[in-house]
Design a binder for this molecule. Sequence first.
Ligand code: NAP
Length: 332
Amino acid sequence: MVTIQTVRSNNAALKDLGPGLVAVFVGGTSGIGLSTARAFVKNTTAPRVYLVGRNQEEATKITQEFDKINPESKTTFVKADLSLLRNVDKACSEIQAREPKVNLLFMTAGYFTTKGREETAEGLDRKFSLHYYARWRFAQNLLPQLTAAGTSTPLSRVVSVLDPNIRTGLVLDDLSLKTHFTLGNCAAHACAFNDFAVETMAAANPNTAFVHAFPGLVNTGLARTFGPVLRVGVGILMTVLKPFMVPLPESGERHLYAATSQTYPPKAKAGEGAALGSDGVKGSGAYWLSWNGERMENERLKGYRAQALGKTVWAHTQEVFDKIRGTEGGKY
Ligand SMILES: NC(=O)c1ccc[n+]([C@@H]2O[C@H](COP(=O)([O-])OP(=O)(O)OC[C@H]3O[C@@H](n4cnc5c(N)ncnc54)[C@H](OP(=O)(O)O)[C@@H]3O)[C@@H](O)[C@H]2O)c1
């Protein structure tokens, strides 16, 4: 376990990386994304922060707060409903028009739901799209800016926060879950696909590190879309589970560590102190981390890796991107 002292001394030293780090928080208007953005603004010199989400009102409050925490910082809100890939592309273009380099892409956009499949105009399930397709479309679009940061600065990293573990098998003949959607299948596919995405991206982009992190249980706005009865139930559950939860500010500090520590270097910069990557290779550039910075393993995923499922999933992802974004108004 990475101690909180180690986390704090890493974060306190981020000023040594120099001024002008650029971080994009996809889902930065609430919860773990916001708490990590806050820790980033506190610990860096003259950072430029992009918060991507839908909630303009929250974004305005956060911008005012960040201006006070660090008057040299600059926060920009990029308003976008990211459940559609066309909106992801638009948000990325806005950021790319301003920034030649991006040091950190931190992705938490998502939500809890008890509903079944909700098809978007692009033919994907809304939750699955937010937890996987939209996130990796973001990462793929911003690769030139991430690579520019990776070749000229000490920090280039992509972090996706969900859960590297899967508890059930995947539906291999329906990867997008068009006809096999259950909440369990959606969780397994989104988690496993994030796992494979960090491995595929890390192998192809040696100057950027890729992390898939599990946050533990954190009391955030995740249940805000529930009805009043379920919200009361969640409130009671949160009180009972409080001793086992990661406090939100600590979660932000720990995720900032996962997002910046040289323990998780890109493949091309792996030195002596590098952690084991997701495949067990030291400094592989792809890391599956638990809430406390420890490596996560999963026997079922090892089996899938041995079958080269990562390649299949990535090819599927490109096919989805091509179909939806290849033609205006496209659908998968
Ligand atoms: N909290 C936990 O205990 C926990 C445990 C395991 C995994 N996770 C995962 O960790 C991630 C972050 O969770 P959290 O607890 O920080 O959630 P949260 O507080 O609800 O924050 C979610 C963020 O996603 C954004 N978002 C949701 N729908 C969006 C959309 N259609 N377009 C653009 N942005 C959207 C929200 O922004 P707007 O409202 O501005 O759109 C918000 O900033 C989620 O994927 C969650 O499944 C959380």
